[in-house]
Design a protein around this ligand. Structure first.
Ligand code: ITT
Length: 199
């Protein structure tokens, strides 16, 4: 069976590909399909965006498609940046801009008030069928500084509960074992194995 990953984020592709190493499953990414316009992520929920990405790419490729939409929900910011995590510091901003903005906003918050939730919704769309979604969550806190050199996005500022290192201080395979995306992908993997049996 073949699936397409509906993401332009190469770090996500790496994490997803590592988790979905299933014999007889080939993973294609958007580099395999030329000149696709970008999917506009204009829904107000992670689920809405994940389903939109999976559905648009599936209807273009005619393949089973998996999409991921992720957000970082910070308690003291009432759940922001959440679904707007990519553009937190403005259109065209870098990961560094987002992290610096977050650290600045929380500069007066004590450790006990720095709680946050990372949430991933994965949508799987089989052509002709309704998209299915699964979710993975990881609680943690926003550190007072950036640390670690691995990963991407908010990894250098997010310390998962029960650990001392940020995600960016962990190997890809360790992050994948405990992370929001890893947990969503464990559920997605079960769905894919079921689909493969039915084929
Ligand atoms: P696609 O929509 O093409 O999949 P994206 O990078 O736009 O890629 P999201 O909208 O899901 O992905 O991500 C929202 C933001 O959250 C963005 O700034 C990401 O860098 C960040 N992010 C997503 N997953 C993350 C993770 O596992 N660790 C740290 N930051 C992450």
């Amino acid at each position: 069976m073949e699936i397409v990953l509906a993401t332009r984020n190469r770090n996500k592709v790496k994490e997803i590909s590592e988790k979905l190493k299933i014999p007889e499953l080939s993973i294609l990414n958007l580099d395999n399909f030329k000149n696709f316009p970008e999917v506009i992520e204009d829904r107000r929920t992670l689920e809405g965006n994940a389903v939109k990405k999976a559905s648009e790419i599936s209807s273009r490729t005619k393949h089973i498609t998996l999409a991921d939409d992720t957000g970082l929900e910070v308690d003291i910011l009432n759940g922001a940046p959440g679904v707007y995590s990519a553009r937190f510091a403005g259109e065209g901003c870098t990961y560094q801009d987002n992290n610096i903005k977050l650290l600045k906003l929380l500069s007066n918050a004590p450790k006990s008030k720095r709680g946050a939730l990372f949430r991933t919704v994965v949508a799987i769309k089989v052509p002709g069928k309704k998209a299915i979604t699964v979710e993975g969550r990881c609680r943690g806190r926003i550190d007072v500084k950036l640390s670690g050199t691995k990963g991407f996005g908010y990894d250098p500022v997010f310390i998962p509960s029960g650990y001392k290192k940020s995600y960016a201080g962990m190997s890809l395979s360790f992050k994948n074992k405990i992370s929001h995306r890893g947990k969503a992908l464990d559920k997605a993997k079960k769905l894919l194995l079921k689909l493969m049996k039915e084929k």
